[in-house]
Design a protein around this ligand. Sequence first.
Ligand code: ACO
Length: 326
Amino acid sequence: MGIRFLSTGAGLPEKIITNADLEKIVDTSDEWITERTGIKERRMLEESEATSDIALRAARQAIDTAGLQPDDIDLIVVTTCTPDHLFPSVACLVQKGLGISQKIAFDVSAACSGFLYGLACVEGMIEKGLAKTALLIGADALTRFTDWKDRGTCVLFGDGAGALVIQACEGPGDLLAIHLGSDGDSSHILTIPGGGSKHPLGQIDNVDKYPPFIKMDGKEVFKFAVLRMIESSMTALKKCGKTTDDLKLLIPHQANLRIIDAIAKRLKLSHDKVFRNVHKYGNMSAATTIIALDEAVRSGQLQRGELAELIAFGAGLTWGAAVVRW
Ligand code: ACO
């Protein structure tokens, strides 16, 4: 038994924050942000919205595109590091929003690599017979955990959600190979120090020491991202006996255009074989890879039967790659 991919969907907040908007709140410039990251604008939740709202929007679009009804879904996995609450899970809130009951629903956390970790979970659960039709959602709202006084991080992140409908099938299916990795020893280079059980928000008397905001060693993350995504890409391709020549599209995590270009160069991939939308959204964490897949499919850059490889890295540290047939 394998899994096949039926459809994708996206849920993006309407509010756009441009580089010019950021110039008004921190000492930065459109020129610096564009040159160092490739980002021109990003999306941001309205005050009244939360991660589950955009996750639900992505879910509805993916279900409609597949020609299914919400009740056809028997498993909901949401990959997020910015849930509405510590509990209930975003997956259970999406289930409620879809108006369906008696399903399996839970969240997975692997930061920006979350979507690939979630994909492995869904594949395993379908193979074990726990579900037949699954909804895998990547949804994050990192702007809620951004220090708007820190120019080193606040220019990088945006909010968004993407969804993929996955179904059990006979034969090998559409997921040709998957590779995942993690390295907790380097967890300190990318972290949100406060707001968890170690330094609970209500009890932090030194918010400067344990801020509930993203703290990052950008240069270290950059080096790690390039190295691990290349390794993971090659490992996943080897696992299924493919090479980069077999790929129609490489869909990398969209954190920084320079990271994407460095990977494309090392893998010797021409410009048209590497998907890019970081200029429109910045880094949306677990939502990034699935929104990129959704846009690649809707724009016709990836067509039925063609091969793509999704690669990602994130806090943890975590990373992964999946070779898929669309
Ligand atoms: N505007 C203007 N100047 C800035 C800005 C800004 N927004 N941010 C930093 N600078 C300044 C710095 O203060 C520094 O000034 P100095 O030389 O006077 O000290 C100078 O620009 C250079 O700063 P660097 O940090 O060395 O710049 P770098 O070229 O490394 O780019 C960046 C920084 C864009 C953050 C890069 O390191 C990067 O993209 N790293 C990867 C980050 C990433 O991918 N994070 C994903 C996280 S994934 C997840 O799971 C959440």
